[in-house]
Structures are given as C-alpha cells and as structure tokens.
Design a protein around this ligand. Structure first.
Ligand SMILES: NC(=O)c1ccc[n+]([C@@H]2O[C@H](COP(=O)([O-])OP(=O)(O)OC[C@H]3O[C@@H](n4cnc5c(N)ncnc54)[C@H](OP(=O)(O)O)[C@@H]3O)[C@@H](O)[C@H]2O)c1
Length: 253
C-alpha cells in the first residue's frame, strides 16, 4: 500500500526508528519512510504486530512503554542493531481512557505519564549516542492538538503529557542544535485511527468533523508527509524547535 502516493530515494542509506508503529499514524509513517528508501526499525507497540511488517524488510520490536524495563529493553535492542540513527520518531502513545479529574486513580495517572512522557525522554536519552553518530540527525515527536487546546473532557492528563513533550522538543532543539541534531514535533488534530474508535463516540466525531474547516477528519496518510518533511535535511534543514499542526484548520495559531 502506498502511503504517500509516490516513492523516492530521499532517505536511501538512512536508518529511521519509529515507535508506536503497529498501527495508525506510526504504521503509515514507518511505511512511508521505507517507501522513500529508508532502512526502518519499528517499535510495533505491545501487540504482536511484527507479522504486519514481514514482507517489507522493516524490523519490528515489541515493548510495553508503560513499563520502564521494557522501554529500556527496546532501547538496548535498537542500540545493538545499528551503528547510527538518522531520524528518531517518538510516536507511541494513547489516552488509555477518559478520566474525569476527580476520579483519576494514581495508576491511571502513572500509566499515562510513563507512556506518553517518560518513555519519550528515555528513548531520546538512550538513542542519543546513535543520533550523534549520524550526520544531520533529527528527532520528531508526536504531540497533539490537545497540548494547546486542553483536549476534551476526561483527557486532562493525556493533553498535559503532550504539552510536556512539545516543550521538551523545543528544549531538545536548543540543546542539540550545536551538535547538528534538529528536533521538531508533529501535532495531529482529529485523525481517524483506532485511537478515536476507542475514546470518542461517532456522534462526537461527527460534531468534530463539522467544525473542521476542511470538513473531514484527518487520516494517517495526511500526517505522514509532515514527518518526511521534518526528517529530511534537504527539505527542512533550517527548521528546528517547531510544532507542525496537521488538523484541517481545526486550530489556527
Ligand atoms: N488519532 C488522533 O486523532 C491523534 C491526535 C493527536 C495525537 N495523536 C497521537 O498520535 C500517536 C499515534 O496515535 P494513533 O492515532 O495512530 O493511535 P493508535 O492507532 O492507537 O496507535 C498508537 C500506537 O502507540 C502504541 N502504544 C499504545 N500504548 C502503548 C504502550 N503501553 N506501550 C507501547 N506502545 C503503545 C500502539 O501499540 P499497541 O496499542 O498495539 O500496544 C500503537 O502502535 C499517539 O502518540 C497519539 O497520542 C493521535
């Protein structure tokens, strides 16, 4: 399946790591990089989705990022597999459920923060030596429109973790610029993936759709080109510390 409608050699010879790539946006992004010549290492998520990549030459590694030991295991596996990393895409994340502020349990809070926030910090820290070994490396973190809007009811901690990652991305961009590493974020709006089939009713999605200037929900294929753009030094070599909003006009800044 074509993810971007065309193929190229833009990332030929480059090693790209994508987390949360067993489905949804990450799956599309990982395949799009492969379509454009990259050698891709994916973190597929918790589920056994490695078989999805069986025919593609993409290597899939499973790990539950709510568990620090499994996140560290993923990092160690990647470190053992490659000499350098040109692009790291931190995309694994979810909402886990809708938790009203007064009902949120400690366990729900911990899981959300550990997955959406701590795992991004761990993976960046752990893979940084391999990014330093590449020329013009780049980090791209998936955040969310909710980092700016606060999201919808029951998503306060999820939204706050995405705001953390947006700010962390800017801080990384400043700190790593002298080392030739760029850091940017992609911020999806309402993208039609399993994410929303779990956490949003059809009625809520239809109301959202009507409020979007482009009058449709987004797709993973709408998002993937933004990652390719931010990953390519040829296309975006002077862009760092930015959050690219992909939302059909749902939020205009
Ligand atoms: N869809 C949207 O409208 C939207 C909007 C803004 C931001 N985002 C963000 O975009 C990213 C991708 O979302 P998506 O829409 O593609 O959702 P998705 O289809 O649910 O995919 C999420 C990915 O993250 C992985 N993941 C979830 N929980 C995990 C855990 N505990 N450990 C390791 N991996 C885990 C999933 O793997 P398994 O579940 O198989 O473990 C899957 O590969 C997420 O960071 C999400 O927050 C999405």
């Amino acid at each position: 399946m074509k993810q971007t409608g065309f193929s190229s050699e833009l990332f030929r010879g480059q090693t790209i790591v994508v987390t949360g790539a067993g489905r949804g946006i990450g799956f599309c992004v990982a395949n799009a990089f492969a379509e454009h010549g990259a050698s891709v290492i994916v973190h597929s998520g918790r589920s056994r989705s490695a078989e999805k990549f069986a025919d593609t030459g993409i290597e899939a590694i499973e790990a539950d990022f709510t568990k620090g030991a499994e996140t560290q295991g993923f990092i160690d596996t990647v470190l053992s597999k490659t000499r350098s990393i040109d692009v790291l895409v931190n995309n694994a994340g979810t909402m886990h459920g809708r938790f009203p502020a007064g009902d949120l349990t400690d366990a729900q809070y911990d899981d959300l923060v550990t997955l959406n926030q701590t795992s991004v910090v761990m993976v960046c820290r752990g893979l940084l030596p391999k990014l330093r070994s590449a020329e013009n490396a780049s980090i791209i973190n998936t955040v969310s429109i909710s980092a700016r809007t606060g999201g919808s009811p029951g998503s306060s901690i999820y939204s706050a973790t995405k705001a953390f990652v947006a700010t962390y991305t800017k801080a990384l961009a400043r700190e790593l610029a002298p080392q030739g590493i760029r850091a940017n974020a992609v911020s999806p709006g309402t993208i039609d993936t399993d994410f929303h089939s779990r956490y949003s009713s059809q009625e809520k999605l239809e109301n959202t759709r009507k409020s979007i200037p482009l009058q449709r929900l987004g797709t993973p294929e709408d998002c993937a080109p933004a990652y390719l753009f931010l990953a390519s030094n040829a296309l975006s070599g002077y862009i760092t510390g930015q959050v690219l909003e992909i939302n059909g006009g749902q939020l205009m800044l």
